[in-house]
Unconditional design. Sequence first.
Length: 223
Amino acid sequence: MSRTLGIATIGQSPRDDIVALFAEQAPAGTRVVLRGALDGLSDAEVDALPPRDGADTLYTRLRGGRDVKISKQAVIERSPALLARLREDGCDAIVYACTGAFPPMAGDEGVLFPSRVLSGLAEGLLPRGRLGILVPLAEQGEKLKGKWARAGVDVVVEALIPSGGPEVVKAAADRLAAAKPDLVALDCMGYSPAIKAIVKERVKAPTLLAITATGRVLRELLD
């Protein structure tokens, strides 16, 4: 039986890169529908949604490839309508394609949030030790360090913009490697398998990639 997977992104559609990665993890024949919280907005309207501070900062890539910082609160306010549209598309499963921690939102029943997948894996794999986190923007560091903090675990954070080239990735990985983490989590859906491969090779620690970890959970839901 054909299944439909819905992807809610905090940016704009289309995002063929995200669709392709999730399609690889989904059962054969799965129809993938992606919609964005910022769909229908002009560049000027997106620029009018700046973050208030580091805690309100989200990173995303717009249609056309432009990197932007946007207000998390603005995304939250637009999310109920986004999730409703995906339900109207007849989706059998929906993933909210952002690793940020979100409060309860209207229509989020049964929606898979990657932050919960990553945190669950990290807790299971590293009950104590040093956890290395890569985040897109330096100003997110303190907020996300607090998100990952728990008893018995020392958290170290480095910034790496997902659109950076291989040399940028290597530099960030080397900075993280200096802290000698026991486990690494790539805390953004924009990080790719290619980035994970560089980080894992240079840090020499098990490395969790949000998009593939979440995709494998979705396969369980769709099979």
